[in-house]
Structure formats: C-alpha cells, structure tokens
Design a protein around this ligand. Structure first.
Ligand code: PXP
Length: 265
C-alpha cells in the first residue's frame, strides 16, 4: 500500500477568528499544533472574498510551516498573481462562487479549459506544481492530464453527503441534504456508485501519470473508505478535525476559565 499524506485544512480556525475580527484563535498556533501533531501538509484556501484566510496568513504560514503548504485558489488572475508571488509548495485550483458556503463541486475542466490551461502555465512559470480539484469522472481525469496538471484532487463531497445521510444524525438536523432524503436502499446503492466512481477515477488518473488526492466532507466515520483506495495518496481534511477539536478541548477550556474566575469566599 502507498503511504498516505494527511493535509490538514486550517481555514476553519480563521473562520472563527474572522467572526470576531480578532487574532483569536491564532492561525499560526493552529499551524504549530497541526504540525506537531502529525499533519504531513497544511492546506489553506485564499478565497477571493477573503472570508477566512488572509494574504498575510498565507505569507506567514508558507514561511513558518515545517511541512509543505497546499494553497487552494480560484483561476482569477489577481489571485493567481498573488499565489505566484507567495510560492506555496503546490497550488490546487478550485471553483469558487461568492455566495457558496463552501466549495460545492469540482472545477468544470471543460467549460473553462482555456482559462485553466493558462492558469497552470502561469503557476508553472513560478515553479509551482498544480493540482485540479475535480469531480470523480473518467473524462475529468483525461482533461486534467491534457490541461497540464501534475495532480488531481477528487471531490468527495457527494460521497460524504451520501455516507452521512445513511450513517449519521444528519437527516434529522436542520442541515439535512434535501435532495438526498431518500429510502435507505436508494442511498446505499448511490453510495456504492459514488465509491466506484472515486476508485475508478483514481485508478484511471494514476494510469495517466497523475498523482491522486481526495477531499471534502471527509470525517472520522467515512475516511476509512478512502483509505481502502490504494491510488489515493493524499487526503485534505478540515471541518471534521476542527469540529472534533472543539469537544476534545472544550472541557479543559472551561475548567481553566472556572479556575480563573473562582474566588475564595
Ligand atoms: N479540499 C478542497 C479542495 C477543499 O476546497 C476543501 C474545503 O475547503 C477541503 C479539501 C476540506 O474539506 P472539509 O473542510 O470538508 O474537510
């Protein structure tokens, strides 16, 4: 079996910081803790609207990180110029819509083929290897190779939604995925198909000479399914790790504040 690289996406720490416009939680502390705890890579997304990670964060993270930094970005020229200047270890091109909560689907490598090919060339001129965040289809693997990428990151969002609708309390929450409120046998069959698509895409990409990563919506319950696909050599995971850290750390955080706010009567 190939070794697996864990890319820890720390954007979500910056989401919390930006909600209060303070430097708490400090993104560089998150970088330090993630690296000390075994992250093989740090993944961050410099969004056009700068809703979480800021330009200065990218600069500091690249200069201080002990592990490679995978910088996600759109194919917007202004962003690409910043990325070329900042020189991360790799750039991952992702689709971006201002109104979305998070990256909703893979890059449309067909409609935007010329723009993507140009973006890859631009990044290559600055010696930055490029990965494309794409949906798991054979056609997308072939097109990614043709456009000049070194790597693909398979979008696992659909797989994760199916998995979570079947195996978690998601359907009974406010964030139930409406279009997946289906009978269990239907969800199971779609989950099987989505896993097949991921596996077949990974095998095909590998044959084409592309490295294969995967990410989006992966968590402590569903990640084992990705571990079974040998061709996938990197996973980028954010939300579930930061969400888990709230509960692994909340007890100590409350205890420490209780200690500071206890008076001897
Ligand atoms: N990979 C890519 C390309 C992403 O856009 C994201 C989300 O920012 C992730 C991985 C991580 O996804 P999640 O936060 O759902 O683990």
């Amino acid at each position: 079996m190939n070794k697996m690289t864990l890319g820890v996406n720390i954007d979500h720490v910056a989401v919390l910081r930006e909600a209060r416009e303070v430097n708490d939680p400090d993104i560089l502390q998150a970088l330090y803790v993630a690296c000390e705890s075994g992250a093989d890579q740090i993944t961050i997304h410099l969004r056009e609207d700068r809703r979480h990670i800021q330009d200065l964060d990218v600069k500091n993270i690249i200069s201080l990180s002990k592990v490679p930094v995978n910088l996600e970005c759109s194919i917007n020229r202004e962003i690409l110029d910043i990325v070329s200047e900042l020189k991360p270890h790799r750039a991952t091109l992702v689709p971006e819509k201002r109104e979305e909560v998070t990256t909703e689907g893979g890059l449309d490598v067909f409609t935007y083929a010329d723009k993507i090919a140009y973006s890859i060339e631009l990044l290559h001129d600055s010696i930055i290897p490029v990965s494309l965040f794409v949906d798991p289809t054979m056609e997308a693997m072939e097109k990614s190779k043709e456009l000049g990428a070194e790597m693909v990151e398979l979008h696992t969002g659909h797989f994760a939604n199916l998995f979570n609708m079947l195996n978690s309390a998601l359907p009974h929450s406010n964030h139930s995925v409406k279009e997946l409120e289906l009978p269990r046998y239907e969800l199971s069959s779609r989950l099987e198909s989505s896993l097949e698509a991921i596996k077949n895409s990974a095998i095909h990409a590998n044959k084409l000479g592309l490295e294969v990563a995967a990410g989006h919506g992966l968590n402590y319950q569903n990640v084992h399914k990705m571990m079974q696909i040998e061709e996938i050599i990197e996973l980028n995971i954010g939300q579930s790790i930061i969400a888990r850290s709230v509960f692994s750390g909340l007890s100590d955080a409350v205890k420490e504040m209780k200690r500071l706010t206890t008076r001897n009567a």
